[in-house]
Design a protein around this ligand. Structure first.
Ligand SMILES: NC(=O)c1ccc[n+]([C@@H]2O[C@H](COP(=O)([O-])OP(=O)(O)OC[C@H]3O[C@@H](n4cnc5c(N)ncnc54)[C@H](OP(=O)(O)O)[C@@H]3O)[C@@H](O)[C@H]2O)c1
Length: 350
């Protein structure tokens, strides 16, 4: 087969979908038709992709007619129902939700790390990892192949847009409500002023919330369990020890992670920096003396994962501490999905 495959973007109106349209417009155009799909609420809206206006259609079985590859940027339950329907019609589904990531018949793919896994897809579905996991995967995979990863201790500083468009809207509203008021200095202040927490359990503005997702076993949040389980699956390390604490902070977009990584072999700061400098999908930005370390504000809107503050542990010569930032809507979601879809598209022209 040598033709350009037809692509559907399911969830084209959401936080990830919106970024996806920009990414599809900017990357090499490997697509025939691009069809935009969302809920019936959005049917008839016109969105721009590749410089052209395209009308959004409502999700239905017929919406997949003639489509070869479909990206799903929709809530878990929508993917759980509709990705198998699309796959049954012969469409390759690339799913950004959490519905299939741990299914052993669904590969979990980061193209820079395990691209070959995308070819083995018995259910016709390929999963895109969670944005927090994705923020560290390119850098850690490169270090793992040199030193052998044994253990990760992770603290995340996650942006509001990780909770979707409603997270962004809630944070912007909350910023307006506190601006110029002087609140935030007394216990309970924010709760008194902020009427709507949006998707967060307590006001996010001027705050830090040690919670993302739902309550899992043993008090771990679902986001923390995703970091553990998905890292193990992507790296092919089922016994990797992972402890994560996921924290939401009042940043619009770009997740940051502080990582303590323990390896099989002794590490050196300079060698680790060299590895990261050469790693695909990674930018090393690590010169604290010159004030150079990644922050969400520097990284938002860019494609790679940025790594800085690379240090060898003072207490363990086999351990490194690093700080990583990645745009959760780009590499953490839309970009990685687009890269996976392009791997599949290449099969059509091979
Ligand atoms: N935000 C992130 O950083 C991030 C990162 C990685 C993965 N993800 C995952 O990506 C997915 C999308 O996240 P998001 O942040 O873009 O969410 P979002 O902003 O809430 O957007 C949700 C999208 O799904 C559509 N949708 C909702 N219910 C639907 C239904 N019943 N039928 C058809 N379409 C429906 C919405 O269409 P309407 O506009 O018509 O309602 C909208 O396009 C989620 O699974 C999320 O976990 C998000």
């Amino acid at each position: 087969m040598t033709r350009k495959p037809n692509l559907a973007v399911v969830g084209a109106t959401g936080a990830v979908g919106t970024v996806m349209l920009g990414i599809l417009s900017a990357r090499e155009d490997v697509w025939g038709e691009i069809r935009l799909i969302a809920s019936p609420r959005s049917a008839g809206r016109r969105l721009t992709v590749r410089g052209e206006e395209v009308e959004v259609v409502a999700l239905s079985e017929e919406a997949f007619d003639g489509i070869d590859i479909a990206m799903f940027d929709v809530p878990d339950e929508v993917s759980a129902q509709w990705a198998p329907i699309a796959a049954a019609k012969g469409v390759v589904a690339v799913d950004n939700s959490g519905a299939f990531r741990m299914d052993e018949d669904v590969p979990l793919v980061v193209p820079e790390v395990n691209a070959a896994a995308a070819r083995l897809r018995p259910r016709g579905i390929i999963a895109n990892p969670n944005c927090t996991t994705l923020t560290m995967m390119c850098g850690l995979a490169a270090l793992h192949s040199e030193y052998g990863l044994r253990e990760l201790v992770v603290a995340s500083y996650q942006a509001a847009s990780g909770a979707g468009q409603s997270g962004v809207d809630a944070l912007r509203d909350q910023i307006e409500q506190v601006a110029g008021t002087g609140v935030g200095e007394q216990t309970g202040d924010l709760r008194a002023v902020i009427a709507d927490n949006g998707p967060f359990p307590t006001p996010l503005v001027l705050n830090a919330i040690p919670w993302a997702g739902s309550l899992g076993e043993g008090g771990w949040s679902s986001e923390e369990l995703k970091v553990r389980n998905e890292s193990r699956k992507i790296l092919g390390l089922p016994d990797l020890k992972v402890s994560a604490t996921c924290v939401r902070i009042p940043v619009i977009t770009t997740h940051a992670l502080a990582v303590h990584a323990v390896f099989e072999r002794e590490v050196s700061q300079e060698h680790a920096q060299e590895i990261l400098r050469d790693a695909p999908g990674v930018v090393l930005y690590d010169d604290p003396a010159a004030g150079e370390f990644p922050t969400p504000n520097d990284v938002v809107g860019t494609d790679p994962t940025w790594v800085g503050r690379v240090r060898r542990s003072l207490d363990d010569p086999s351990a490194l501490d690093l700080f990583l930032c990645g745009d959760n809507l780009r590499k953490g979601a839309a970009l990685n999905t687009a890269q996976i879809a392009e791997l599949v598209a290449a099969e059509f022209t091979a």
